[in-house]
Design a protein around this ligand. Structure first.
Ligand code: EPZ
Length: 417
């Protein structure tokens, strides 16, 4: 599947931000531990959610799509503790089912999640954390084979503020009745907090989410009737970048301002005009952004998931910008595609030096991962001519109806085979 984008169209109008993919991907596997059905609202209608739904159905759960953004999950008939390669390999977040299956059955066999285009994506922190909770884990023939005789109290110091490890250990610890688990050096991302809010509403006892140390006292029952997922801060940031280009004016609606502080800060530093309301932001584009320096960090630092989008913005800045990617070893695949569109970027290890050019020119480019795809869509919107982006399956994983939303405010994006 490809996108065909006519460049240099003016974008003016309103964009409604969908639910947060990475919050839904944490909350859905947590439903394995519920003892009654739950209705999840504001779930983004994207491929990764369909993949997670398929995985839960494979395990025996009933997953019913009530409407575009509302799903009901009934975990009561889950009867499998094994997750096969073909489901796990599609999406890294599938690893989150390992812990809850271990809690539910005392054993679990989950295939190793794959890497992706920006590095190995190891899960050693997850494995070490589960072992500290009492699990016995070995890896054979690509499968993670886990069993537990009895869970135990644990103090788990994370080597890095890993989002997935924090999420995985919170889910697993929440239903360990009588056990106390302390996780330190936690990730502070809003999606971690949303998961903790969901579980606490279901009766869990989780304190400290959003801070460096989380204390979980396991309970013996989790049930919740319904929950609304937070809006997607990365989708919001992506559309703010779209509105940053010359003559564009976009009202980005359904935003939790404190979730995108560092993105707002860097857009203002680049000279972009922002008017901030209580749950929306009006962005007005400029002819040339100012060059800036960016370093990606765990929340509340500048998000790595916004790095690619900013590289497109800075590719036409009035000077030379620097981006240092501190989270992943080589998350710059998009740079080489942007260079096909006349961007002037030098990559040196985890540093990108972006020399602003007059304009980007259209080309045939290849999407390599979710956020790289977003950066190429943004590039196609401003490039002179018609850009073709191949492999846009990547973008469908995490952006709900992106071409429909952009075409509704003046873009010309066509989905072609
Ligand atoms: C989550 O991935 C997000 N995915 C990613 O978003 C995001 O880029 C990342 O957090 C960082 O914010 C989901 O939430 C589904 P990490 P995750 O564990 O949990 C290393 C998107 O675009 N590490 O915080 O995998 C790891 O290699 C996606 O929506 C280990 O070494 O990220 C990375 O260098 C892309 N061992 C760093 O830690 C481990 O066991 C941060 O990874 C785990 C992680």
């Amino acid at each position: 599947m490809k996108f065909k984008i006519e460049g240099q169209r003016v974008l003016k109008g309103e964009i409604h931000i969908s639910g947060a993919k990475n919050s839904a991907l944490a909350i859905m596997p947590a439903c394995i531990l519920l003892n009654k059905p739950v209705i999840l609202k504001n779930v983004p209608d994207v491929e990764d959610i369909r993949t997670m739904s398929e995985l839960l159905k494979y395990l025996g759960a009933k997953v019913h799509k009530i409407s575009k953004n509302v799903i009901e999950i009934d975990p009561r008939d889950i009867n499998k503790y094994q997750a096969p390669y073909e489901l796990i390999s599609k999406m890294r977040a599938s690893i989150y089912v390992l812990g809850p299956l271990l809690v539910k059955f005392g054993k679990a066999i989950v295939y190793m999640p794959g890497g992706c285009s920006f590095g190995p994506r190891p899960i050693d922190f997850h494995i070490e954390g589960l072992k500290k909770l009492g699990a016995n884990i070995k890896i054979e023939h690509g499968n993670i084979i886990a069993h537990v005789d009895s869970f135990k109290d644990a103090y788990i110091q994370l080597p890095f503020k890993s989002v997935g490890t924090t999420i995985h250990l919170i889910i697993t610890s929440s239903l360990l009745k009588g056990k106390k688990v302390i996780i330190s050096n936690c990730a502070l991302e809003p999606e971690v907090v949303d998961l903790a809010n969901f579980l606490n509403k279901a009766g869990a006892k989780i304190k400290g989410a959003g801070f460096d140390e989380i204390v979980i006292e396991g309970v013996d029952k989790l049930e919740i009737d319904e929950y609304e997922i937070i809006p997607d801060r990365i989708e919001a940031g992506t559309f703010l970048v779209a509105g940053s280009f010359e003559n564009n004016e976009i009202l980005v609606k359904n935003v939790i301002i404190e979730h995108i502080g560092p993105v707002i800060d860097k857009l203002l530093e680049a000279g972009i005009n922002l008017k901030i309301y209580n749950d929306s932001i009006l962005v007005k584009g400029v002819k040339k952004p100012k060059p800036i320096e960016i370093q990606t960090y765990p929340f509340p630092g500048f998000p790595t998931d916004m790095q690619a989008q900013f590289m497109t913005l800075l590719s036409i800045a009035d000077g030379t910008s620097i981006i240092k990617e501190n989270i992943y070893p080589n998350r710059f695949a998009h740079a080489y595609e942007l260079m096909r569109m006349s961007a002037d970027i030098k990559i040196n290890d985890n540093i990108a030096i972006i020399r602003g050019v007059e304009k980007l020119t259209s080309a045939i480019v290849n999407a390599t991962d979710l956020r790289a795809s977003a950066s190429l869509v943004l590039a196609g919107l401003i490039a002179e001519g018609t850009t073709i982006i191949e492999n846009i399956e990547h973008i469908d994983r995490g952006y709900e109806d992106i071409e429909i939303k952009l075409n509704s405010i003046g873009a010309s994006i066509e989905r072609i085979l």
